[in-house]
Design a binder for this molecule. Structure first.
Ligand SMILES: [Zn+2]
Length: 312
């Protein structure tokens, strides 16, 4: 009876173990690209070779910003199907994500362009995900705020173009700028919201680096790696409270990005608003000129004055 029970427990443990092993793991091929191992389906051979080629430069780019050695041999897995991608990701990726860093597994998970429409800028994509692995290693797995982690990844990958700045300007104008704390729910955002959130994150990191120096990013991650709270680690690194930093960053956005609204006039509504503003300016100017002429005719002595409050 006792032996039967042991046998039953053994079978149960074996079954649990077998279920946790990815069903297709052994079917994937391997390509060594030191220090990385690329795992891929035979149908993605061409992509695997391109990833191998791009990894070298991407990793150098990351190490230029975040000098760190990754533990063991990181794996870049090209998911052979959507099912495989979401099974390995365990649901922790939004539908718009083309890749994912599973930092605790030391793995980057990629969608294949064979079954997904993926932006083919593999160098930027890899730099972004490698930066996440580097941040995780530097912080020793302690939580890193999303604005900081994503901001570093976007900054390293160079993914922000000038058109995104006009989106920030538009968000300022309409009061839709996310607080840095709101960026924590980035993965549940829609594609458009996420686009703004990523831009805000990188602008916050750029502002942080401008004020405290590029090395301050690594110093802050080192503080977090000691298990300190975010507030304490931030204050230790910068001498400033995070809330104060965010207030200053928002003022910085108003001062530096508001005028990028002019670049965002790519839809009829913004063009229409601009036309309205120009028409309003013309009407006000004409009305002011008429008023001044009338005053000159009614009271000629005022025309001799140098003071002209409407001359703008
Ligand atoms: Zn990311």
């Amino acid at each position: 009876m006792k032996n039967n029970r042991r046998y039953f427990i053994f079978c149960l443990l074996l079954l649990t173990f077998l279920q946790s092993v990815p069903a297709v793991a052994d079917q994937l091929l391997q390509l060594q690209s030191p220090p990385f191992t690329i795992r891929y389906d035979a149908r993605d051979t061409h992509l695997a070779r391109e990833i191998s080629y791009r990894l070298v430069g991407s990793w150098q780019r990351v190490q230029g910003e975040l000098p760190v050695m990754l533990p063991e041999r990181p794996v870049v897995r090209i998911a052979p199907s959507a099912d495989d991608f979401y099974r390995v990701a365990r649901g922790s990726v939004p539908h718009w994500g083309a890749a994912l860093a599973l930092s605790s597994l030391n793995m980057i998970l990629l969608k294949s362009n064979r079954w997904a429409s993926v932006n083919n800028d593999w160098s930027s994509l890899l730099s972004h995900e490698l930066a996440h692995l580097a941040v995780y290693t530097l912080s020793k797995g302690f939580p890193v705020p999303t604005w900081l982690g994503e901001g570093i990844a976007v900054a390293v990958s160079g993914e922000v173009d000038i058109t995104r700045r006009s989106e920030v300007a538009r968000a300022l104008l309409t009061g839709r700028i996310f607080s840095l704390n709101e960026l924590e729910r980035l993965h549940s955002m829609s594609g458009n919201e996420a686009r703004l959130a990523y831009t805000e994150a990188v602008l916050a990191v750029n502002y942080f680096r401008e004020r405290f120096g590029r090395s301050a990013v690594v110093l802050l991650l080192n503080q977090l790696a000691q298990g300190q709270s975010y507030e304490r680690a931030f204050h230790t690194t910068t001498g400033e409270q995070p809330d104060r930093f965010e207030d200053k960053w928002r003022r910085h956005l108003w001062g530096h990005y508001f005028y990028y609204i002019l670049l965002g006039i790519n839809s009829w509504i913004w063009g229409f608003i601009l036309v309205l503003v120009i028409v309003a300016i013309i009407i006000v100017r004409r009305r002011n000129r008429r008023t001044i002429r009338r005053w000159e005719q009614e009271e000629p002595w005022e025309a001799e004055s140098d003071f002209d409050p409407f001359d703008w």
